[in-house]
Design a protein around this ligand. Structure first.
Ligand code: T3D
Length: 257
């Protein structure tokens, strides 16, 4: 498929999706949101997806010059029709999605990153819940992802004050997985992606489902879910291969079956 606003490449089981509007810090216009949602859905054909930005930013959130959504239907419809499918394409992806945050992530761009399963940021990057600067509240899942990751007070501070949270601080808070020196950013992202692309895909899908659902149900239900998902994993070729590899003292060769 040909894209106008993003680039998509596939290599060794890794689908790389790059937001490609560097002149506006990869702001999300309607076309980009649509393309990104499609690419995320199609990216499942690989074994891991990496989402990153072209140029010096990851994503600056809603394109503030693009009023097409407003003219048609207003924010509520735009969020429901365009942002929600985009975020769900990440959270429901059966493969791990890595946000490789190469630079500033602001507004919905910050929450696009936080929707991902693993967030790796360059040390020079920052996360800005910029919404209140323009009279809005965090959206694109931010009011869910933020307090769950960093607690209510830090979520409140980040949203109320709308100040940049540097990558290192974000990692210290548990908002993201890690902040890495800029010089090593590409190398570290590639290494993490390669590791996940050769991992047990079925187990990854199951653990995403279990962890992401864990905030919404009591322990009893979670235990039952774990048992059901583990039943499927335990019956997989990957489990047999993992045990065989352990006993034979060799690296496993997971196929995702
Ligand atoms: O349903 C709905 O539609 C509502 C949904 C809302 C979701 C949201 O995301 S609301 C929040 C929207 N985002 C923002 O408010 C962030 C706006 N951008 C910034 O605060 C800053 O640009 C950054 C902190 C991201 C980066 O600052 P800096 O100083 O490094 O760069 P800059 O000079 O501000 O930006 C560079 C260019 O990108 C500049 O254009 P120019 O002057 O070179 O022609 C700037 O206007 C453009 N740009 C940056 N962000 C956006 C943008 N253009 C359109 N939309 C943007 N969001």
């Amino acid at each position: 498929m040909a894209y106008d606003w993003i680039t998509v490449t596939e290599d060794a089981g890794v689908t790389w999706i790059t937001l490609n509007r560097p002149e506006v810090m990869n702001a999300l216009n309607r076309g980009l949101r649509r393309e990104l949602t499609i690419a995320l859905r199609l990216g499942h054909r690989g074994r891991v997806i990496v989402l990153t930005g072209a140029g010096r930013a990851f994503c600056s959130g809603q394109d503030l010059t693009d009023a097409t959504g407003l003219e048609d239907a207003g924010f509520e419809a735009t969020l429901n029709d365009e942002y929600v499918p985009m975020i769900r394409a990440i959270t429901e992806a059966p493969v791990p999605v890595i946000a490789a945050v190469n630079g500033v992530a602001a507004g919905a761009g910050a929450n696009l990153a936080l929707a991902c399963d693993l967030v790796i940021a360059a040390e020079s990057a920052s996360f800005i819940q910029a919404f209140t600067r323009i009279g809005l509240i965090p959206d694109a899942g931010g009011t869910s992802f933020l307090p769950r990751r960093v607690g209510l007070q830090r979520a409140m501070g980040a949203a109320l004050l709308a100040e940049p949270v540097p990558a290192r601080q974000a990692a210290d808070w548990g908002m993201i997985w890690e902040a890495v020196p800029d010089a090593r950013f590409t190398e570290v992202v590639a290494a993490r992606a390669a590791k996940l692309s050769s991992g047990p895909t079925l187990a990854y899908a199951a653990l995403k489902q279990a962890l992401r659902g864990s905030f919404d149900q009591p322990l009893e239900a979670q235990l039952a879910l774990e048992a059901r998902l583990q039943g499927a994993c335990g019956a997989s070729d990957d489990f047999r291969e993992g045990v065989a590899a352990f006993l034979e003292k060799r690296p496993p060769r997971f196929t995702g079956a």
